[in-house]
Design a protein around this ligand. Structure first.
Ligand code: FES
Length: 208
């Protein structure tokens, strides 16, 4: 099944990303990830596997089994940082009934149809999203629930924070209301192959 051609995420998958900007995005993602470790439990492992992403348009396949709960793995796909995050039960629980979201039901086409659900994912625990803010393209960082970070409200349930202009997203990549970012983070086409590996760049199965 091919991706709905009308799907038009705010951040094109490859158009307009010149090499310098691509390098910057990946670098800022790495820096953002490093910053996140100071305020959040999740750790970000190194880019992988960039070699397979060299050809524009190629899909990338990874084994997500080694991603620890709360960890984000950054995978380069079409020159963009794609986050693969294994959400903890607490992170998943935080998504139900989340208030003050701009598009809680993912009505805008920022994700394929099979990710149009509360968790915005095929497998409940695994979030696959482009780690680029939908405002002006900065790289958000992870801030855990209970953080004393003054950038997030006292009742923060955990999620992502964009340091450039203050947009905030929950652990499904849903943007909060009245923030500069107009839409949820983009979920790229992806699927799970028969052996459980994750293929980013190809559409696949329906949400579980
Ligand atoms: S780029 Fe993220 S809030 Fe502006």
């Amino acid at each position: 099944m091919s991706m709905d051609p009308s799907l038009s995420p705010s951040v094109p998958h490859d158009a307009g990303l010149d090499p310098e900007r691509r390098t910057w995005l990946l670098a800022t993602t790495a820096m953002g990830a490093a910053a996140a470790t100071a305020v959040a439990v999740p750790l970000v492992s190194s880019f992988a596997p960039s070699e397979r992403a060299k050809a524009l348009g190629a899909s990338v396949t990874i084994d997500p089994s080694g991603i620890a709960p709360g960890e984000v793995r950054v995978v380069e796909w079409r020159g963009q940082p794609v986050w693969v995050m294994r959400r903890t039960p607490e992170m998943l629980a935080s998504l139900d009934g989340m208030q003050d979201l701009a598009d809680p039901d993912s009505k805008l086409r920022q994700q394929p149809p099979y990710a149009t659900n509360t968790r915005r994912s095929i497998r409940p625990e695994l979030l696959v999203t482009v780690g680029i803010c939908t405002h002006l393209g900065c790289s958000p960082v992870t801030i855990a629930q209970g953080s004393q970070n003054p950038s997030v409200p006292a009742d923060w349930k955990g999620g992502f924070f964009c340091p450039c202009h203050g947009s905030t997203f929950d652990f499904a990549g849903r943007v909060f209301r009245n923030k500069p970012a107009p839409t949820n983070l983009v979920v790229p086409p992806h699927r799970y192959l028969a052996d459980g590996t994750l293929q980013i760049g190809e559409d696949g199965e329906e949400a579980a």
